[in-house]
Ligand binder design. Sequence first.
Ligand code: AHM
Ligand code: MG
Length: 341
Amino acid sequence: MNSRRKLITLDEFTIQETRKFPQATGELSAILRDIGLACKMINKQVLKAGLVDILGKHGATNVQGEEQMKLDVYANETLIAVLQNSSECAGIASEENDEFVCFEDEYSVHSKYVVLFDPLDGSSNIDVNAPIGTIFSIYRRVSELGKPCTAEDFLQEGNKLMAAGYVIYGSSTMMVYATKLSVNGFTLEPSIGEFCLSHPDMKCPEKGKIYSINQGNTSKYSEGMKSFLDYCMESNKEEGRPYSHRYIGSMVADMHRTLIKGGIFMYPADKSNAKGKLRLQYECNPMAFLIEAAGGEASDGTQRILDVQPAELHERCPIYIGSKNLVNKAVAFANEAATVA
Ligand code: AHM
Ligand code: MG
């Protein structure tokens, strides 16, 4: 008897999930399949990044006299082209584009969904062969079907998300995506070119012992943030402190570890950046949706990230995200210091 678990591809999985909802049309599964396809194309280019000295640097001119596309530009254009071709998506907004893009062909205008993405997050890590990723969010549009999508479709609170996730281009390539029901991880099997279910029903450990932040910015942090970092570094045998510090500087990689091992990832506001660095719609909301679906928490320091009403497409948002114990502690430290001050 073969005791091995049956191999389930991303496509098979999303179709099985769709069957749980008799009214579902399969459009959401189709979009996830399209994002998977685009990310496999991006992955292929990412894998060649170390060969730039041999094949020609991105942004430079190759031997045929053609300009080599930069990886983040390639990732952006690939996602847009695949989503536009499929007609399952009414429009996109990307961290790389100033404005959202409507797909106005006769099929796309009838689509219920819009997609937001950061095509290649952490791209400064490419040079050092550290993991990078694509982050995506899928919303049901609020504008009238049959007409082009509007800005309101892209300015919805994170609590309206239908699905969100990321693809990590790491020691293996994985897609992790969440719906309100669950979070599931799929590892790319290179020999068949399919994402296969490898991490079903992922949960973020309730208690974590790893804190992740750019600690080099400490002098610019609030007093509350500084006290929280002191707390993480203090010894306490019962609580297993000092906690370990891990920071890759690539949100997808830091979040992937936080999801699996627990802990907290933070990009707080500081003296020079009143809203931190990371983008609400492209980075914070999708990760907050995913971590909450996995049992964790995500706050901007004063409220749940998913309840922040976006005012503009590229706005930034401070973030404290991960295991419940550490997110609550970090927020408590931040608020306590604010009350004292
Ligand atoms: P990017 O969108 O320009 O790639 O920047 C986002 C990245 C995140 O992946 C990461 O968490 C953060 O920037 C790191 O910033 P810093 O170098 O300031 O610590
Ligand atoms: Mg980014």
